[in-house]
Design a protein around this ligand. Sequence first.
Ligand SMILES: C[S@@+](CC[C@H](N)C(=O)[O-])C[C@H]1O[C@@H](n2cnc3c(N)ncnc32)[C@H](O)[C@@H]1O
Length: 364
Amino acid sequence: MFNVMYSRMKIVSFPQTKIANGNFQKMFNFVCSLMGVNKIDAVSQADYNFNTCTYSMLYSANKGSGSGTFKGNSCKKVNKVLMEWKNIFRDNNISEPKESIEHIIAHVLGSRSISSVYKNMEQILSPYQIERINEYCQKRMERLPVQYIIEEWDFRNLTLKMSPPVFIPRPETEMLVDIVLNEIYRQATDRVLEFCCGSGAISISLLKSRPDLHIIALDKSTEACELTKLNAKMHEVSNRLEVIHEDITAASFLNSVSTQYDIIVSNPPYIFENDMIHLQSEIKLYEDPAAFNGGADGLKVIKHILKASFLLLNCKGKVFLEVDPKHPPLIKSWLQENYDTKLQLGCVYKDFSGKERFVEIIKE
Ligand SMILES: C[S@@+](CC[C@H](N)C(=O)[O-])C[C@H]1O[C@@H](n2cnc3c(N)ncnc32)[C@H](O)[C@@H]1O
């Protein structure tokens, strides 16, 4: 790793910012061991040559001065790193190997767009960038979702902060926002209630699209509530969003939400308990199981939402839910059996892969 062309030098204050952390430590240890000291006096200049991947430095010490070069991590272009890690991910059965490395490189290049990777394929990465990429890729090898690695994710036209174990918003939920926006427009309402807000993706998207809207968003997870608040602050909608930390299945729940609404929206946990085992390793290892597990029939939380909707919806108000494609007929019969909720299944909407994914339920 080292190609040191000097034999003695002492350094104490080194312009570390120019040197990737790993290299600095290696160089420091190496030079100290050469000199038999644990302290180095000064380096007057240090530069990194991107073509040869070498650090060169002028040093001074009480025993004299001199210069030396230090070979950093080998030079690599974006396209080489992309290919190498894509193959490693693929060989290790990491899901979405190409997308994973694309997002990691884009993030390290300081961009949110994958196209930046392809625009910069010939760019030589600095040792610092290579170290970051290697560090992030190691996390990906441990199945950490790329959204948690880069700590952000796009939902509609917003970039949201992400942190484990809060649910990572899925693309189909973007359609739910469109469906609800149409209804907000149709009803000209200025207040919405969201159950199970997670990172705040739905509420913040609605608030950004409708400057006159106010939302109450609720989640039982502390981390989810904190992340929703952080994302709301980042997108400057905190003054129109009230976040409530509450479990919708708890007896105390109705005390925290009292007013009436025309629209309620939720992407609740709806996976059938028996299907939980089939979730990807990434999900099982890092995302909150409570964000997915809907109990034996996938309707455990949904039934609580429907009972609450009966109390919280105005007449002709609507609740919009994201559900499992097996759910619409089950919800229809549950509503028929529980006719005292005064709720009826209205429309069922398909997601972009043609699955019945969203239900619209109306209060009589
Ligand atoms: C599928 S995630 C949806 C998050 C977000 N709305 C989205 O679409 O990205 C479900 C959320 O419901 C929350 N949750 C689960 N059970 C709950 C309950 N009994 N009361 C309130 N929130 C609950 C979880 O903490 C999780 O944040």
